[in-house]
Design a binder for this molecule. Structure first.
Ligand SMILES: [Zn+2]
Length: 235
């Protein structure tokens, strides 16, 4: 973590540390009411339209209001106290994605990679942090889940939020690759792609493509939240 982001996060903690990142209530980083929103029953959240090759996507909450606040507080302001509650939500989504017959077999949680520049600016990799918590939680529940940060960004990416649907697809095509050190661990293995938010599904579909190319059997995508926005095809 850079000194700047460390200082920025420490400052943020000093000012907002005593408030819920979801609703601003005094007290913990996530108040009881906001935590409850992250304990909803996981549901399938397939975007419309659904990108080609996107395996079953499951999320826990809509990306709005308090849930948005919790995810942003963790991601952008380094409120690491939120990793646990967000990681628990992610674990619940993973547990729904993994077919009942596969839970006793070892499987991999593979986080969607962040751009290296983003990780430097934020001072941490929020998805990796949540995935670590989720893997530990699942193992305590008897799953043979293992975190494998197998993916990396292999070429320069533009910020997805600046682009329309067609632009996102083009921006992401071939964007992810497998770290050489992880390549041998993917062949024939069950894998779940994990991320914080599902929007158009393009990012998760690209992660899936890269993992499948390396021989992994990707059974689904688990995220904490999903946007309810719909993305009509462009005329
Ligand atoms: Zn709250």
């Amino acid at each position: 973590m850079s000194l700047f982001s460390e200082l920025a996060n420490a400052f943020y903690d000093l000012v907002f540390g005593g408030q819920c990142a979801g609703c601003g209530a005094d007290g913990q980083a996530a108040c009881a009411a906001c935590r409850r929103r992250l304990r909803s029953t996981p549901r399938e959240c397939r975007p419309v339209p659904s990108p080609v090759g996107l395996p079953r996507p499951v999320c826990v909450a809509d990306y709005d209001g308090a849930v948005r606040g919790l995810l942003l507080g963790h991601k952008e302001h380094g409120r690491y106290a939120l990793s646990r509650v967000l990681g628990d939500a992610l674990a619940a989504a993973v547990a729904v994605v993994v077919p009942p017959g596969e839970r006793e077999a070892p499987y991999l949680l593979v986080p969607v990679p962040s751009r290296p520049g983003m990780v430097r600016r934020r001072g941490h990799d929020p998805v990796l942090r949540m995935a670590r918590v989720a893997a530990a939680r699942l193992r305590r529940r008897g799953h043979r889940a293992r975190l494998l940060p197998a993916l990396r960004v292999v070429r320069r990416l533009r910020d997805q939020s600046e682009l329309d649907a067609a632009g996102r697809t083009a921006n992401l095509a071939g964007a992810f690759g497998v770290w050489p050190r992880a390549a041998g661990e993917l062949e024939g293995r069950f894998a779940v792609v994990v991320d914080d938010i599902l929007t158009t599904g393009e990012t998760a579909a690209e992660a899936t493509r890269a993992l499948r190319e390396a021989g992994a059997r990707v059974v689904g995508v688990a995220t904490v939240a999903a946007t309810t926005r719909r993305f009509p095809p462009r005329s």
